[in-house]
Ligand binder design. Structure first.
Ligand SMILES: Cc1ncc(COP(=O)(O)O)c(C=O)c1O
Length: 446
């Protein structure tokens, strides 16, 4: 089979004049902490990005199929976003929220306008982990309870609070700081006890949350937190109505419901702007990061006036949260999503790719499951479709082969058995077809 070729583009990188890859790697090994990891047997050095493409130091172009881990929403160095950031940096680069600045209220208003119901009060922080931390604090202060129910196979951040609600052995350090956190069964139709063919799966998985409330934390639940589609866990999409049932149980027990939209928000899913909308629920608290800033360190927590009121007795302060540059960038990202119709593009391109991947399932027995929506698609790889033994080595081989062909992909799942595809939302039909061709060629090489 012929090797797929990257679609043509008029975008050109600058000449790279920085240090060689070996020097960059050596410096990192010498001075950067040892738990840092990199993708690929031969670590990739990236030196430039424009829209859906990135370039290495040799000037080789790649289609960024992971968007810097689901972060580059509207395109690398999107001109409108960069211009907004530059303009603001030149005038007033830093001022904390002890002073007034028009950008803060303006962006908060734009963001609140995108959210349903009473979700109208915005807090700005700098990362998804900080957003998780703040959301848990809010839930605990508001309810007066401490316990939290999270899901197995979840990822909510690398700080102490993020790790308590994360349930992924490789992301947890063995420090006993998960006191008061209970992990319910992951509503994972491909691997869990209730499969795609079970029309009642949503209710049945939600029963586990109810059972945790009854047995483990009666009258003490502060919050339930879940990603709307599990990201690091391998883009696991919940069965229909799951969150509706869970939210009813949690609210009946006096808890609040937190939706982690760090990977799923901002139109990437195509059908909806937020992941929770695909489940027909309105959360009490929403956390967002990554795509909100298209790569700029910007994150937010949005909640209701009632919950926010519970926090007003104390000072909430974050030096960089809500700074004028971050706010200018956040507004510009929302403008681009709207103006360039990127949610509709995600829907169209996502459908095109998913249809192609589903066709490949009949050709390549290693493809156990194709799932997700819009431009958040997972391909779970197995050694054997009957036993579903995780295809970790096969996943690594596909990941490496795709890189050789010019497509950068992500990996996920407990065993690193799932390929994650989440390119910038600006990809076109030629990129979409290239992605499917690369998958076909990479699986053919196994
Ligand atoms: C769903 C989810 N929540 C929270 C986080 C933490 O975000 P950050 O790495 O910005 O702290 C991540 C990061 O990957 C994430 O995927």
């Amino acid at each position: 089979m012929t090797t797929p070729t990257l679609p043509a583009t008029s975008l050109r990188p600058r000449a790279y004049t920085g240090p060689a890859r070996a020097a960059v790697l050596a410096q990192r090994r010498q001075h950067v902490h040892p738990s840092i990891f990199h993708y690929y047997r031969e670590p990739l050095l990236l030196v430039e990005g424009q829209m859906q493409y990135v370039w290495d130091e040799q000037g080789r172009r790649y289609l960024d199929g992971l968007g810097g881990i689901v972060t580059v929403s509207v395109g690398h160095c999107h001109p409108h976003v960069m211009a907004a950031g530059h303009r603001q940096s030149e005038v007033l680069q830093h001022a904390t929220t002890i002073y007034l600045h028009p950008n803060l209220g303006a962006f908060a208003g734009q963001l609140a306008a995108r959210l349903p119901g009473e979700l109208k009060v915005c807090y700005f922080v700098n990362s998804g982990s900080e957003a998780t931390d703040l959301a848990l604090l809010m839930a605990r202060v508001y309810t007066g309870n401490y316990d939290v129910i999270a899901l197995r196979n979840a990822y909510h951040g690398g700080n102490a609070s993020g790790m308590t609600v994360t349930a992924h052995s490789s992301w947890k350090f063995n420090v006993p700081h998960s006191f008061g956190v209970h992990h319910a069964i992951a509503p994972y139709p491909y691997r869990g006890p209730y499969g795609y063919d079970d029309a009642e799966a949503g209710r049945k998985y939600a029963d586990d949350v109810k059972s945790l409330i009854d047995y483990a934390t009666p009258g003490r639940v502060a919050a339930f937190i879940a990603e709307s589609i599990q990201g690091v866990g391998g883009f696991v999409e919940f069965p229909p109505h799951y969150l509706q049932h869970v939210y009813a149980h949690v609210r009946a027990a006096g808890g609040v419901c937190i939706a982690d939209e760090v990977q799923t928000g901002f139109g990437r899913l195509g059908t909806d702007f937020w992941g929770f909308e695909t489940q027909g629920v309105v959360p009490d608290i929403v956390t967002m990061a990554k795509g909100i800033g298209n790569g700029y360190p910007l994150a937010a927590v949005v909640t209701t006036p009632q919950i926010a009121a519970a926090l007003t007795g104390k000072i909430h302060f974050n030096t960089f949260g809500g700074n004028p540059v971050a706010m200018a960038i956040g507004s510009a990202v929302l403008e681009v999503i709207e103006r360039e119709k990127l949610q509709a593009n995600s829907l169209q391109m996502g459908r095109r790719i998913k249809a192609g991947l589903e066709k490949l399932q009949s050709k390549h027995p290693e493809i156990g499951d194709v799932r997700g929506r819009g431009l958040l698609l997972g391909v779970e790889i197995v050694k054997d479709r009957r036993t579903k033994a995780p295809g970790q080595a096969e996943c690594t081989a596909v990941h490496e082969a795709a890189r050789e062909m010019g497509l950068l992909l992500g990996k996920g799942g407990l065993w690193g058995q799932t390929i994650r595809l989440a390119p910038p939302m600006c990809i076109n039909a030629a990129d979409a077809d290239f992605i499917v061709e690369v998958f076909d060629a990479a699986f053919s090489r196994l």
